[in-house]
Design a protein around this ligand. Sequence first.
Ligand code: ZN
Length: 166
Amino acid sequence: MHYDRWDAMGAGLRVERVDEPSGVLIRLHGVVDENTDLSFFRALHGSVQLHLRGLHRINSYGVRSWMAAISAMAPDVELELVECPVPMVDQMNQLRGFLGRARVRSFLGPYICERCGTEDEIVIRVDDCRRNGVRLPDDVTCPRCRKRMEPDVVESLYLRFVREMA
Ligand SMILES: [Zn+2]
């Protein structure tokens, strides 16, 4: 997939930080692995929104440093995760404690069109997902042929973190 290009380039992780009156906004692009420096977590204070859509891969070393970074955050940090991609959702579902104190606001749902093969990812708000009975939306239409698309994940497994989040 298009993610492979990033890995081949050894692009590592790019961290974009914007300070706004309402809080800090951080965007991550790239991969989290044994070479990733997550020390920026320690400099955070107050309300922080972490946009994760651009995070393409996290390996087992990355998971370990991610969890260490989250638990080392200053006590006043309120961390919200936005647009969590599939690799992050997979970790949330497998690893209790992966989220630490972070709250998930929204995540990506992968869909596929069984007619023309088009793949797409839509943003799903956790609140909406709960209101919908912890289901994935069933009204996603193919951007190319307009057929209704199917989730490209096992819904009950993929949404485990939503059910288990307090
Ligand atoms: Zn289609």
